[in-house]
Design a binder for this molecule. Structure first.
Ligand code: ADP
Ligand code: ZN
Ligand code: ZN
Length: 831
């Protein structure tokens, strides 16, 4: 009856499902799949009554579940595992360390395109043509393909259309034949990237006809020039086949050749225009062969890093802005790739620009994969699979790329390691990619290079303690020097009446001078919108969000008041609802207002704004940067986005607004943040021969933080911060765990947080339990918030046990009827 032993065995699989339940789920493996299953493969299973989801096979075993009957796996999606054992180990580590479920980790780790479910949407593959295809399709497959040519369908629509309950085997087969694409949800349609190309029309593609053609074209030099250039670039006379692929229109365009002239030749059937689909990654560009010559300083730093790697897993490269850290990275990446290991280069979200990608593409060509959240699902799946197949040895990416399926990492670079965007805030896992990188490196026996001009206090501490290596670069590359920093004393200028709008006389003067010298200017203000608040001049009333405890930001462009926490929007009131006064003014200023004022002060100057509002579209960001880079724009006004990693030749002046607000923010990291932000944005000025200038507007010109920045005294600044943290039991002397308690009823929220704090105090006598307290913003999206902060002394308590206790307290509280709907969010190492 059975063919052999292996097929007769009843096997079970423990599956990791993308649901927030803290356990694995047991499914039976159908006999037919016995020879096929492997840990790390994706499997399709039914979850609940109606849902179908993708799970990951975590273990395979023969233990029959005792108290329930296991459902069968419907289909295995992979021939080879999509997730390797090291990743599964990492998922487990992340779930335990950051106190979340494996399902939540899986959700963060796998690109949506790998997590097929009953909500999935199916689309015909853009390059697929049923008529031209030479592949074999079953009757059902052809039926479906014909139907899909009319538009996308959901899983359930297909199921109904075909009259088949589980359609994954059909989808899998079509997907393997590259006939369809699957989406997790209808978000954006996959649009292949195309390139316009030009070739000789078939009517003229013989030497004889060409000869004649040149005779007739002699009177039209423009057309002749195009044809000559084409023949020069594409050797059709020696190799007629070369005409098939032709030349890209862009390449033909340069100099004297205009697009309209080309179009005329196309119309006259001398040339032919056609399009090809180009892969997004990996078209093998001509590689840059020139080797980078490191400066003596860079050489020394590189030698020290390599030596440091012999003793340390992690090394900090503390190099000032413009010191040429990137070139050192590039060299080390080359070395790691030469020794046949993989490389991961992490960058904060908004520092991952086209600028750096293009630079690296030129050097590393097709082996470089780019993993970015601005990319679509499909592009991310392309990178994931590219690593599995060995196509990509080197990936540059944002924080989630730490979860990619590497199996042989040699080097991880964490650039701008101090950047807070490495920490995921919402949803769980609330992981910190830099810290997870350390664990990944351990699994792979890889090395980590942390780079920054303004290292975090924690990292610098570890480096000073010799837990990490420490290498310094104190000079800018080449002739460049650090910029001169000037403080615009706003109190004094106010008295002297030299302020115009929000701009100090000093800053305006310097902008004018820079523009006269044809140099560019960056203005940094970390607030978007026109002004963060409106207020009634007569009674002081302030429009607030109906869902959150914050004032609404006025956006002039949309002529609306908007909540930056929940997106709520309302019209600007004509009258004050409390006193009916019509005198409602704006208070404070954001990027929009600064842009407007600059347009008034410098009417002949091209000014652009770069913030969340102007960069929402995928290309908005790149085009703003491109226009700034090629000099079309003279002044760039923006939020944090302008501070990170940009490298422009002719920026000579940076203006910093509202430094005071940054420093007065009530958080133990606010000085550190202010130091980092101001130093980073200052670092955009004067990156070439001419020394740059920075003007910081402040009402506290004697503030110690500004003084440290002025004198570039990182070391002393760091020491003051460390002392502060020691005095108040903050990291690196303690570990923090924050618990946010949320409920729609303020009383319930307060009661629950008090109860939780008491439970924790009683159970955890060795740690400090602070709170509960109301956070700065005490209500978001109609949920009231209370926070509890735990300070755990290093070496005094067992972290695993503490976490266990926290979980137990949270669980026991949620079991009480009054607190059933209270959300308690545990954030390990909050940032
Ligand atoms: P950082 O990342 O440390 O702020 P970058 O790596 O961006 O600095 O370097 C600053 C500038 O100096 C860049 O324009 C870079 O191309 C240039 N540069 C650095 N090192 C070299 C080198 N060895 N050869 C040529 N140019 C270099
Ligand atoms: Zn009023
Ligand atoms: Zn709101």
């Amino acid at each position: 009856m059975f063919e052999n032993d292996a097929t007769r065995k009843t096997l079970f699989a423990e599956l990791l499902l993308p649901v927030p339940v803290p356990r694995l789920f047991t499914y039976r493996i159908p006999f037919s799949l016995n020879d096929h299953v492997r840990v790390g493969q994706r499997a399709i299973v039914q979850f609940g009554d109606r849902k179908v989801v993708t799970g990951l096979i975590f273990h395979i075993h023969e233990n029959v579940p005792k108290d329930f009957e296991a459902k069968s796996i419907l289909e295995i999606l992979d021939d080879f595992p999509s997730v390797n054992e090291m990743q599964l180990k990492l998922f487990q580590w992340v779930a335990e360390y950051y106190m979340c479920t494996l399902g939540e980790v899986m959700n963060a780790a796998l690109p949506a395109g790998l997590k097929l479910s009953s909500e999935s949407v199916v689309q015909i593959h853009p390059t697929f043509d049923l008529v031209e295809s030479t592949l074999d399709f079953s009757e059902k497959e052809s039926m479906l393909l014909k139907r899909l040519e009319q538009g996308t369908m959901t899983y359930s629509e297909i199921s109904k259309f075909l009259g088949v309950k589980f359609i994954f085997s059909i989808l899998k087969s079509l997907s393997a034949k590259e006939a369809i694409i699957l989406f997790e949800e209808v978000k954006e349609k996959f649009k292949p990237k195309t390139e316009k190309r030009i070739r000789l029309h078939t009517k003229v593609n013989t030497p004889k006809v060409l000869e004649e053609l040149f005779r007739t074209l002699a009177a039209k030099p423009k057309h002749e020039a195009i044809l000559l250039k084409y023949l020069q670039e594409v050797p059709v006379l020696h190799d007629p086949e070369a005409n098939r692929t032709g030349i890209s229109k862009k390449a033909l365009l340069d100099g004297d050749i205009s697009e309209s002239a080309i179009n005329t030749l196309v119309k006259n059937e001398i040339l032919e225009a056609f399009e090809i689909i180009v892969p997004r990654f990996g078209f093998a560009d001509a590689r840059e062969t020139a080797v980078i010559l490191l400066s003596e300083e860079q050489e020394r730093a590189q030698r020290e890093i390599i030596r440091s790697f012999e003793q340390h897993t992690a090394t900090l490269l503390h190099g000032i802005t413009g010191s040429g850290k990137t070139e050192i990275y590039i060299n080390l990446i080359k070395k790691a790739l030469e020794s046949d290991t993989q490389v991961l280069y992490l960058l904060p979200e908004i520092a991952l620009t086209t600028q750096i990608v293009q630079r690296l593409k030129k050097i590393f060509g097709a082996s470089l994969g780019v993993y970015h959240s601005r990319f679509s699902d499909n592009e991310r799946v392309e990178v994931w699979n590219g690593i599995l197949t060995g196509k990509f040895k080197f990936v540059i990416g944002v924080r989630s790329s730490i979860f990619l399926p590497f199996d042989n990492l040699g080097l991880i670079i964490v650039d701008e390691e101090h950047d807070a965007s490495y920490k995921q805030q919402e949803p769980a896992p609330r992981y910190h990619a830099r810290d997870v990188a350390m664990i990944v490196a351990q699994f792979h026996h890889a090395k980590v290079l942390l780079g920054s001009a303004t290292p975090s206090v924690e990292t610098y501490f570890h480096a000073k303690q010799n837990r990490y290596g420490l290498v310094k670069l104190d000079k800018r590359y080449g002739e460049a020097h650090l910029p001169e920093i000037l403080l615009a004393d706003m109190s004094r200028e106010r008295k002297m009446k030299t302020i115009k709008g929000e701009f100090s006389g000093l800053l305006l003067q310097r902008i004018k001078e820079a523009l006269n010298r044809k140099e560019q200017v960056i203005i940094f203000q970390n607030r978007r919108g026109y002004s963060p608040m409106m207020s009634c001049e007569d009674c002081g009333w302030v429009p607030k969000c109906v869902n959150c405890a914050v004032s609404l930001t006025y956006h002039q462009f949309r002529h609306a008041l908007v909540c930056h926490y929940c997106g709520y929007r309302e019209n600007v009131p004509h009258h004050c609802p409390t006193c009916t006064s019509a005198r409602i003014k704006t208070v404070g200023y954001g990027t929009e207002k600064l842009e407007e004022e600059l347009n008034v002060f410098f009417p002949d100057t091209r000014i652009q704004r770069m913030d969340l509002d102007t960069t929402r579209s995928k290309t908005g960001y790149d085009s703003i940067l491109a226009q700034f880079e090629n000099g079309e724009t003279h002044i760039l006004v923006g939020t944090q986005m302008v501070t990170k990693g940009l490298d422009f030749d002719s920026v000579s002046l940076v203006g910093v607004f509202n430094a005071d607000r940054m420093m007065h923010f009530p958080d133990f990291r606010s000085y550190e943040r202010a130091y980092q932000l101001i130093t980073q944005v200052s670092g955009r000025a004067g990156r070439r021969a001419r020394q740059g200038q920075v003007v910081i507007q402040t009402s506290n010109p004697d503030h110690p933080v500004l003084n440290f920045i002025l004198k570039n005294e990182f070391e002393t600044f760091y020491q003051t911060q460390l002392d502060d943290r020691h005095r108040h039991d903050y990291p690196p002397f303690t570990r923090l765990i924050e618990i946010v308690v949320k409920h729609t009823d303020k009383r319930v929220c307060q009661d629950a947080s008090r109860r939780l704090a008491t439970l924790l105090r009683d159970a955890l006598t060795m740690i400090k339990v602070m709170g509960p307290g109301e956070p700065m913003i005490s209500k978001i999206r109609n949920q009231f918030l209370m926070t509890i902060l735990l300070k755990i002394f290093r070496g005094k308590s067992d972290l695993v046990q503490v976490k266990h206790q926290i979980q137990e307290s949270v669980d026991s509280l949620s079991k009480e009827k009054t607190f059933r709907n209270v959300r308690m969010i545990v954030d390990v190492d909050p940032v």
